[in-house]
Design a protein around this ligand. Structure first.
Ligand code: ARG
Length: 458
């Protein structure tokens, strides 16, 4: 088949080169955005007086027909035509005749491809932002239902201090809110039109780029034609936002995997989101969560991939840039699945409150015993030491803090009085943490109100 660029060539393209350089097998993902752009470009050429009324009409009609066929899965993609852009253009010419050859006037695939990508990415970000919102809402609901569920918070995976489970859910809601902000911020930079930049230096037809931007719904123009065609920083930035969101999802997944183990037994995952083992009948495996955790590796890989592709490129366009697409599509597909899956898990989680509560007492309360002494004037370091000695004593006796009598306590410090016993309650200890953002019931009620308002839930 004759290539659109074959004028200066005297040999047919090697079969291997066709296979190695093609992108249509994956960039057809951009097809609808490509046609949207084609139509806007036709209108801009028409406005510039480059196309007649008749020509513009014919081209737009042909493009809309092709669009219909693509939507209906009837379009026949040809590898010999390299990429989505040349496939569409070739088919257009086949359908409308020679005037099809005017479509690419004042345009290069260099500004075309990045325009498609920006159009595509704007939609992808909107979609991801709404998936993030659904997940945050699920977390806020879980928080509302777990205000009075007490468990130990862990640091170093050792029991640390009692918290209310709502606090934990709101922590992840906070993380996903920051992720959302990152996507929205990235969106502002994606939302700039490169078209009209040509191959690198701009276009020698009087194209009104502001007009094109209006047609395609771009907020601004990319201001420099070299930068417009050379850079993919907006993709790198997006892939970073995906990677970081993946990191949050992965940590949440890890907690829930550990919590669902028999050893912890803090949560039960819904059967419909788990799978069994082909050999061990007792198993109920948290595969969805494991894959959310595992797929984070891809999200990191895709981010590193684009950064590496970009780093050594001579300015401006190089074919290396074709390698930006698979990471872009893959991260988007992956993150969508993970966000959706995590929401289903959160919504289906059952809590084993007694198991959590059982682990929230004893030494988890000891920080507050030390602070009790501090309130009585003992310097913190000394109080810490006394409390440490109590832990050692209890470990040796095989007793729990709650079992200590006042008399025993007085052996460690004369300052202990009857009221120290009030600290032997995880919920009371949790409620002492009243600082802004802390785990007391009162503070959590306030935080919940804020979260609900921000999510439009109240
Ligand atoms: N398939 C190419 C890409 O994805 C389209 C742009 C090709 N431009 C060129 N001058 N060869 O980057």
């Amino acid at each position: 088949m004759e290539k659109p660029w074959s004028g200066r060539f005297s040999e047919e393209t090697d079969e291997f080169v066709e296979e190695f350089t093609e992108s249509v097998s994956f960039d057809r993902e951009l097809a609808l955005r490509d046609i949207e752009q084609d139509i806007a470009h036709v209108r801009t050429l028409h406005k510039a007086g480059v196309l007649s009324d008749e020509e513009a009409k014919k081209l737009v009609e042909g493009l809309k027909e092709i669009e219909r066929d693509i939507r209906e899965g009837k379009f026949e993609w040809k590898r010999e035509l390299e990429d989505v852009h040349m496939n569409v253009e070739f088919e257009l010419t086949k359908r409308v005749g020679d005037v099809g050859g005017k479509l690419h006037t004042g345009r290069s695939r260099n500004d075309q491809v990045t325009t498609d990508e920006r159009l595509w990415l704007k939609e992808a970000i909107e979609d991801i932002v709404s998936l993030l919102k659904e997940l945050r809402k699920a977390l806020v609901h879980s928080a509302e239902n777990s205000l009075d569920v007490i468990l130990p918070a862990y640091t170093h995976l050792q029991r640390a201090q009692p918290i209310r489970l709502a606090h934990y859910f709101l922590a992840f809601r906070e993380a996903f809110l920051k992720d959302t902000e990152r996507f929205l911020d990235c969106y502002r930079r994606v939302d700039e039109l490169p078209l009209g930049s040509g191959a690198v230096a701009g276009v020698d037809f009087p194209l009104d780029r502001h007009y094109t931007a209006g047609l395609l719904g771009f907020n601004r123009l990319v201001r420099n034609s070299i930068y417009a065609t050379a850079d993919r920083d907006f993709i790198a930035e997006y892939l970073f936002a995906c990677a970081l969101t993946g990191m949050h999802l992965s940590r949440l997944a890890e907690d829930l995997i550990v919590w669902s183990s028999e050893e912890f037994g803090y949560v039960d995952l819904p059967d419909k989101l788990c799978t069994g083992s082909s050999i061990m009948p007792q198993k109920k495996n948290p595969d969805v969560l494991e894959l959310i955790r595992g797929k984070t590796g891809r999200l990191y890989g895709n981010h590193l991939s684009i950064l590496t592709t970009l780093k050594g490129l001579p300015t401006a366009y190089n074919r290396d840039l074709q390698e930006d697409k698979e990471p872009l599509f893959d991260s988007t597909r992956t993150l969508r699945g993970s966000l959706f899956g995590m929401r289903k898990v959160i919504e289906g989680l059952s809590l084993r409150k007694d198991r959590m509560y059982a682990n929230a007492g004893n030494f988890v309360l000891i920080t507050d015993v030390a602070n009790y002494l501090v309130e009585k004037g003992v310097p913190f370091r000394k109080a810490h030491h006394i409390a440490g000695a109590i832990v050692a004593y209890l470990l040796e006796k095989g007793k729990r803090l709650e079992d200590m009598t006042l008399k025993e306590l007085k052996n460690f410090s004369e300052l202990f009085e009857e009221d120290v016993m009030e600290l032997f309650s995880p919920e009371k200890v949790a409620d002492r943490r009243r600082t802004y953002g802390g785990t007391s019931r009162e503070e959590l009620l306030r935080m919940l109100e804020v979260a609900k308002k921000e999510e439009g839930l109240s």
